[in-house]
Write a protein that binds this ligand. Structure first.
Ligand SMILES: Nc1ncnc2c1ncn2[C@@H]1O[C@H](COP(=O)(O)OP(=O)(O)OP(=O)(O)O)[C@@H](O)[C@H]1O
Ligand SMILES: [Mg+2]
Length: 292
């Protein structure tokens, strides 16, 4: 098969890992930068050019779309799928998962557990909104990534300061209950094709509540409960993601979904598990499109 990884940077670990896994299984692997894909409609039919040249026949795409390329990436995915090419994520699923608030809204409406939270932007109501939360509380940028833009406020004055700073920058924020009992940990579950392909607990370094590996957190083994597995699988199925990273917080009242990532980083989990998640993604693609 000819498989294309949609990625802005062929040098990234996840892109390389997928390319290696695909080649190992005798596929032709291309890395396509969505910014070099020109989408055309000619005679009512979708056509795609890459760097101004007609693109060869592609059997499936594996989008690895970063936060800065979301809109273009979603549009390129749509173009491929309208040409009948299988994608490990639909554009809808990518967009829904990428927006932390839409994702929580969508999952909560379908009965999945998420933290108590509020999408907030109107400075007129800062005080009133804060009254709904206990301290400490979390204030995070709607567009936070890798833990950057995720802050903890220990008291009202601090929370107001943070809100004012973000509002001055015209940023939308999510105010969220702080799940203290996790003690700086969360659970990352990789779901592929409706099954758990791997999981790890991420433990923040001392003095830090954010468990992002980019913020120095350590991966640890974890045994998932049947409830955690079922929540992760249901979330990905409802969102329509064939590949996803689901982050859970183990709260006193049960697992809460913090976020679902449509392009989960593979470096941390593959190095921790010492096994290839990429190969499982390639197997998924093979199962969707039988060899010609
Ligand atoms: N409500 C919360 N209670 C306790 N810890 C939290 C809460 N929200 C976030 N955290 C911690 O902060 C980390 C980063 O927060 P979050 O995952 O929401 O944003 P992000 O990592 O910046 O986004 P992305 O994962 O999309 O890059 C989480 O992994 C978790 O360890
Ligand atoms: Mg996160």
């Amino acid at each position: 098969m000819v498989l294309a990884i949609l990625s802005r940077n062929p040098g990234l670990y996840s892109t390389q890992s997928l390319a290696i896994a695909g080649r190992k299984r005798n596929h032709r692997m291309l890395v396509l930068d969505p910014y070099h894909c020109s989408q055309h409609i000619i005679g009512g039919k979708p056509r795609l050019y890459y760097a101004s040249r007609p693109l060869m026949r592609i059997d499936a795409i594996i989008p690895r779309i970063g936060a800065t390329a979301t809109d273009i990436g979603a549009s390129v995915i749509d173009h491929f799928t309208s040409m009948g090419v299988y994608s490990t994520t639909t554009s809808d699923a990518l967009l829904k998962a990428r927006n932390k608030w839409s994702c929580s809204q969508f999952l909560a409406a379908r009965g999945l557990p998420v933290p108590e939270a509020c999408l907030h932007f109107n400075a007129e109501y800062n005080e009133k909104v804060l009254q709904k939360f206990k301290y400490p509380l979390i204030i995070k940028l709607l567009k936070s990534t890798q833990g950057m833009g995720v802050l903890k406020a220990n008291h009202k004055a601090q929370a107001l300061n943070i809100l004012e700073a973000f509002q001055r920058l015209e940023e939308q924020v999510i105010i969220q209950e702080f799940i203290q009992e996790v003690n700086g940990s969360d659970i990352r579950i990789i779901v592929i094709d409706g099954r758990v392909a791997g999981a790890m607990k991420r433990q923040a370094k001392k003095g830090e509540f954010r468990s992002n590996l980019h913020r120095g957190a350590r991966a640890q083994p974890v045994r998932l409960t049947p409830e955690e597995e079922s929540i992760a699988i249901r979330a990905t199925r409802l969102l329509g993601l064939d590949v996803a990273g689901v982050d859970l917080l183990r709260s006193y009242r049960g697992p809460l979904i913090l976020e679902v990532n449509a392009s989960p980083g593979l470096e941390g989990i593959e190095q921790f598990l010492k096994s290839s998640i990429s190969e499982k993604i390639i197997e998924l693609v093979e199962s969707r499109k039988p060899m010609a």
